[in-house]
Design a binder for this molecule. Structure first.
Ligand code: F6P
Length: 341
């Protein structure tokens, strides 16, 4: 069997572990050939690929990013790919394509599959917002980075009697804010799933200082929004991929808290630090398992599906099911977090 693999969308710790696992399973468990397309679907469309062998994936397990490169694809180019889905498979002589990516990539994978290309998807995203899988790799690493940042910010906040507003990634789902906020012991958490009331945050900080505490940390997801009428906030410009650019909620909230409290506040935007660097052991293991199962699914002809974690088992779920809606934080999870503020 000849397998094509690519990584698309925002990068994520663990991508290299999947690539390595696919190559190992395909070459040593079967008698396959693997080619890797460069820079996501762009490499597939432009004919940029290279053969992957065991030597080529040696030493990449713990490396962040992706050795294949990644990119986001414009809609028009995706349509181009779908119109020629069968032709593309034939041109490269691939029996299956394994795209590794988040919601956008898996939607593209589903479209290619519907258009006749044999596809087995592998979900990835630090946001952990893909439904049909209990976890995505990358999330554990991102939560670890954000938790470490909150731990560190507490000591400097206390030295200066400041309020720290830590903005973490998560445009539509607040999983990183929820779990890093809980693990780091933040005193307030703001998620995209529930508009926050800035008056509650002001009250929380005032009460802490009245109890003799000398600082506070608020963890805010980049997609969090204030309740209407509670503070001035206008979202920044939205880029062609639907991402807000250059005027985040972290800055706005820190400014607002400083104004209302008369205490120093500082915004800390963690941004892409959460996506870079070494994956945790958990993410390496999950990514490796996904890679193994993707190759096995390809050999069973289990196309149009993606690997998924259910409990402790890896199963296959239809791509159609995986991309219908995002997995957001349920209200109970927020209630659990709030009880320890
Ligand atoms: O989807 C992953 C993610 O890291 C989001 O959390 C974030 O909003 C977005 O990608 C950032 O995208 P870019 O790398 O294009 O700035």
């Amino acid at each position: 069997m000849r397998i094509g693999v690519l990584t698309a969308g925002g990068d994520c710790p663990g991508l290299n572990a999947v690539i390595r696992s696919v190559v190992h399973r395909a070459l040593t468990g079967h008698d396959d050939e693997v080619i890797g397309f460069e820079d996501g679907f762009k490499g597939l469309l432009d004919g940029r690929f290279r053969k992957l062998d065991l030597e080529g994936v040696s030493g990449i397990l713990a490396r962040g990013g992706t050795i294949l490169g990644s990119s986001r694809l414009e809609r028009a180019r995706l349509r181009e790919a779908c119109e020629n889905a069968k032709g593309l498979s034939k041109d490269y002589g691939i029996d299956v394509l394994i795209p590794i990516g988040g919601e956008g990539t898996l939607t593209a994978a589903r479209m290619l599959s519907d258009a006749g290309m044999p596809v087995v998807g592998v979900p990835k995203t630090i946001d952990n917002d893909i439904s049909s899988t209990d976890r995505t790799f990358g999330f554990d690493t991102a939560v670890g980075v954000a938790t470490d940042a909150i731990d560190r910010l507490k000591t400097t906040a206390e030295s200066h009697q400041r309020v720290m507003v830590v903005e973490v990634m998560g445009r539509h789902a607040g999983w990183i804010a929820l779990e890093s906020g809980m693990a780091g012991g933040a005193h307030g958490i703001c998620l995209p799933e529930r508009d926050f009331d800035v008056n509650d945050l002001v009250k929380m900080v005032e009460e802490r200082f009245a109890r003799g505490k000398k600082f506070a940390v608020v963890c805010v997801a980049e997609g969090a929004h204030p309740a209407p009428g509670t503070m001035d906030y206008k979202k920044g410009a939205i880029d062609p991929y639907g991402h807000e650019r250059f005027s985040g909620i972290g800055n706005a909230l820190a400014r607002e808290l400083e104004k209302r409290l008369g205490k120093e506040a500082r915004p800390v935007i963690l941004g892409h630090v959460q996506r870079g660097g070494t994956p945790t052991a958990y993410d390496r293991v999950l990514a490796t398992r996904f890679g193994w199962h993707a190759v096995e699914a390809a050999h069973r002809g289990d196309f149009g599906r993606m690997t998924a974690l259910r409990g402790t088992d890896i199963t296959m779920v239809p791509l159609a099911e995986a991309v219908t809606e995002l997995k957001t934080v349920p209200a109970t999870r927020m209630d659990e977090a709030e009880s320890v503020f």
